[in-house]
Design a protein around this ligand. Sequence first.
Ligand SMILES: NC(=O)c1ccc[n+]([C@@H]2O[C@H](COP(=O)([O-])OP(=O)(O)OC[C@H]3O[C@@H](n4cnc5c(N)ncnc54)[C@H](OP(=O)(O)O)[C@@H]3O)[C@@H](O)[C@H]2O)c1
Length: 325
Amino acid sequence: MKAAVYRSYGPPEVLKIEEVEKPDVPDDGVLVQVHASSVNIAEWYGMTGLFLARIGNGLAKPKNIRLGADFAGVVEAVGKGVSDFKPGDEVFGGRNGAYAEYVTARKAIALKPANVTFEAAAATPTAGITALQGLRDYGKIKPGQKVLINGASGGVGTFAVQIAKAFGAEVSAVCSTKNVEHARSLGADHVFDYIKEDFTRSGQKYDLLFNVNGGQSWSAYKRVLKPDATFVLVGGPRTPLIGPLSLLLKVRVGMLGASQKFAFFIAQFNREDMNILKDMLAAGRIKPFVEKTYPMTQIADAMRHLGAGHAQGKIVVTMGANGKR
Ligand SMILES: NC(=O)c1ccc[n+]([C@@H]2O[C@H](COP(=O)([O-])OP(=O)(O)OC[C@H]3O[C@@H](n4cnc5c(N)ncnc54)[C@H](OP(=O)(O)O)[C@@H]3O)[C@@H](O)[C@H]2O)c1
């Protein structure tokens, strides 16, 4: 089968499409023919060789040469111990090495709703799980709360606006001028255009600040937080060595002794949350927004698009000959 591999850290050109061994069907999992995948910042960091990524995957060159996490496709075969999926099922989920024609999957997989395309389903797992777990488990979001999503127009942000609305929150979104109408169309009640206005000078106070992008100082964030508010750090500006963790350090030090709660987390794939996303997709409560779809042969272009830092919603990659099955 064909898969995207990288044998050295670097710009998107290091990604090559090569022939690799097709995986066997695991006894406790399924083999999926992948129709679409989507690109995420974690893969960008892995590919470029952010210092923290190298600690896990080899200092000089990548030990694991495969990339990708999100997939949507069709079950080709199931393992002996699997009774909840069958060949022919349309599914989506998360699995390392998803930039490939086939993946095996065990835990993080759900049936794809019939009303959702493979591209939209492939756009959902990482960004949707991050938004869901961040708002629900770390932000403890409640109906009626005032929630601010800083960085509302990219992969995680577009899901976060919709999921926060689905939880019954009053949502304010921060994005640039070109994304203001889009943020409103996703359901945001108020939108700050960060090019023209500073949301930290609005006089508003929030119960939950969900920081996906942008990196203000703690004193600026504090101006808009209620005394018992929660600040959830999902991501921030990309610094070369430690990525968004520089914002984590800045905020943690700044808020020493503050009354507000702080949470940073790394999203985890699991079956239960994949099923929640499946139900939300089926009911139309979340609608993935795909800015552009590239064939797998142009995966470097997809990465370059994401790496420029201004993707609107998600960037998807399709598998198979000419990128279409
Ligand atoms: N903690 C976790 O488990 C986890 C999981 C996934 C991702 N993340 C992190 O979450 C962050 C976002 O990921 P993503 O996939 O959503 O990235 P993305 O799709 O690349 O986000 C791009 C978006 O960021 C917006 N943006 C850029 N500069 C901004 C600023 N100064 N203020 C507000 N918005 C700004 C851009 O909007 P404009 O074009 O309008 O500027 C663009 O739409 C990354 O830092 C990533 O590492 C964390």
